[in-house]
Design a protein around this ligand. Sequence first.
Ligand code: C2O
Ligand code: CU
Length: 527
Amino acid sequence: MRRSKHWFFLGAVVVVALVVAGCANPHAQHSAEMPSHTKAVGGQLSKPTISKDSQGRVVKEFTVVAKEADWQVSPDYSVRALTYDGTVPGKTIQVEQGDHVKVRLINKMKVPVTIHWHGYPVPNKMDGVPGLTQDEVAPGKTYTYDFVATIPGTYFYHSHFQSSDQVDRGLYGAFIVLPKEKRTQYDRDYVLMLDEWMNHHGNMGQSGSHMEHGEMNMGGSGMNMDHSMMMGSGQESSMPQMDHDEMMKQMYNLYSVNGKSGSLVQPLTVKKGERVRLRLINAGYMTHKIHFQGQPFQIVAMDGHEISDPPVVKDKLVVIGAGERVDVSFVAGKDFAIDMHDGTPGAKTLVIPVRVIGGEKTPAKADQLSLPELDMRKYATNSRTENVEPSASSYVFRLNQSMQNGAEVYTINGKTWPNTDPIVVKKGERVKITFINEGRSDHPMHLHGHVFKVISRNDVRLSVPLEKDTLLVRPGEKYEIEFTADNPGNWMLHCHDLHHAAAGMMTVVKYQDYKSDYSVKMNTVHE
Ligand code: C2O
Ligand code: CU
């Protein structure tokens, strides 16, 4: 049974791995002569072979090898990770708008895998959802993703095979599409991928060993978590009654950026006066609140879509839900630190120092100040589509949680996958969905294959709609979104807290007349 398997994994150990030589920009010395957007964007860049297709488009072909690797997250925590290309995150796949992208995935793991292009409107066949758009890529097999990079922005790729386990263990990387027309020149462009891990291993970092799935040993604390505790059914447990998600937040106690935590985090090095772009990608499952200590900054994009006229703000927390992306820009003045104000144990483990050459030196530490959150609804994206015709069909999704057979499940209108109601659309129609969070947990709702507009929050219309593909819906919130059914296929719509997706919070948007040459195997579809 999928769900129990999932929780079994969760009760086990997780996680991942590598490099980020990424943050140390290898071109630092040459920034003056390099046109901005052609530089490395953090992480290692995957190198394509380049050719032309019959329509004269530039073809960039990448190879991605899924494999296990030992990954050192922090000085005292390493893990046998599942990776793309041996590192966590995998290499950044960076292309230019208009490029014809081909990615050959080779599976050298013992388990199946896929690649899903999170947030990107690829053709349905390229969406990477096993059972729905393709067969899982079995061990030893390959699969080639092939699509045109139609829109620019910050996206990511991740496995969609048991993603609550596989993404958690490291199968993700950044996907960056540089715009044809650059509005702003950036001297530096960094990817910062956020994630969380469970460090309850005591000394396993040294031994290099790892626990098998199903073991749950709380290391030095002497605490043993068994399955029933994980399920929250706990009469026999000695733990105080705690909300399931609250317990998870205590357990995922190590936060990483580009796969590294604590003293292994590479400082970002910039020069005084340089304009820097940071592409924050939340590849984890938690909501994070990020502080750019004392540094004035602008939000320049959300979920890949550029913001028009962003104001300069300071000491406001940037809230980023799982699966969301936020691009920030600032002009380097003096050293500062980027830290997390989540109020969780893990938040204390991650501080990203920004070192400014020629700037004032300050030590980087977490400041834990209580600060207001930036209100993202005041922002508007430069809309690509102008039509705001009334919606032809509308749906209401009440998001909640409940106990079923001793397990916490996450529900849409009281139902769990695969019993949730699909949304059936006609090509070209306008569809409205109202998300109402009636539960106790954050639900970052993600729609595959489309960009939607956020129309209102708690019945207050946004003055200009925000374009997104993932929308954090917090407890008590109600949002209306709209999208145009312009990309025929079968598309997942689910919570990007992938544990919630695995425990029920998923459905599908189906196009009425779509004929897939892939034969859908609904009972094998999962998060
Ligand atoms: Cu990023 Cu269906 O997922
Ligand atoms: Cu959720």
